[in-house]
Design a protein around this ligand. Structure first.
Ligand SMILES: [Zn+2]
Ligand SMILES: [Zn+2]
Length: 253
């Protein structure tokens, strides 16, 4: 499994695209503005979008890209998420008001997108995927994704959470992708918006009892240097190896 961050910022800025990770060439984890860096032929090969939650920074890229779909696609893009997330997309985004309902375009029989609900576990494309609720201002999920060779956990936006660590302590996970949006100085903003600061993430990670590589993402633009400085100061409290996701890297799993 090759995982390529196309966008891994917590906001849009010059040289900062929002969350979208490509798994091999057929699966997108979230559809933020980073997805717009795919070429048309690369986009045509993406069969699935596994969506953590419906916030705009995680869906804006794919929403605009779908309008570029044409006969080059062999099949509809399958948007995979729990019902609560899909319902938000249907009601508030693909509702003909904000953006067309591409599950009816070009026709209901052969649309550009299809919805695939995941409640608990779902198997598709040779992967076993389990959805785990997180703690955010809207329903947001982590996905533990298991292939024949390895398992990863890709988290949507979250603040401190217990359910995730309980589940991950019962099942193997080799790589964890999780957000770190704010420096400690922004704790009030992080609390009201359902995100992690350096201190809250370090405390949360202490509940994860197995060793795995932790990949950090969703840093708010302008916060990067301070977040990295604060995390370095807390290195002794961390039991896991951590690294910051970067666009252009390929994480081989
Ligand atoms: Zn976000
Ligand atoms: Zn969010």
């Amino acid at each position: 499994m090759n995982i390529t961050p196309l966008g891994c910022s917590g906001g849009l800025a010059k040289s900062a695209e929002t969350t979208a990770f490509l798994v091999d060439d057929f699966l997108l984890l979230d559809g933020g503005t980073g997805a717009a860096t795919l070429s048309k032929s690369e986009l045509d090969r993406v069969e699935y979008l596994l969506l953590t939650h419906a916030h705009l920074d995680h869906v804006a890229g794919i929403a605009l890209l779908i309008a570029s779909f044409d006969e080059g696609r062999a099949a509809p893009l399958k948007i995979v998420a729990p019902k609560v997330v899909l319902d938000t997309l249907k009601t508030h985004l693909f509702n003909w008001q904000v953006w067309p309902d591409f599950s009816q375009i070009p026709s209901a029989d052969a649309p550009f997108i299809e919805y695939l609900e995941i409640e608990g576990c779902l198997e598709f494309a040779g992967l076993k995927v389990e959805a785990i609720p997180l703690t955010h201002t809207v329903p947001s999920f982590a996905y533990r994704i298991e292939s024949d060779l390895s398992s990863i956990c890709f988290c949507g936006d979250t603040g401190p959470t217990h359910e995730l660590w309980q589940l991950l302590n019962s099942k193997p996970v080799d790589h964890l992708f999780i957000e770190l949006s704010y420096s400690d100085a922004e704790q009030a903003l992080a609390s009201v918006s359902g995100h992690h600061t350096v201190s809250s993430l370090v405390a949360d990670l202490s509940e994860l009892q197995q060793s795995c590589a932790v990949h950090l993402m969703h840093l708010k633009p302008g916060q990067e240097d301070e977040i990295k400085r604060e995390l370095e100061q807390k290195r002794a409290e961390l039991a896991h190896s951590t690294s910051f996701c970067e666009v252009g890297q390929v994480i081989k799993i």
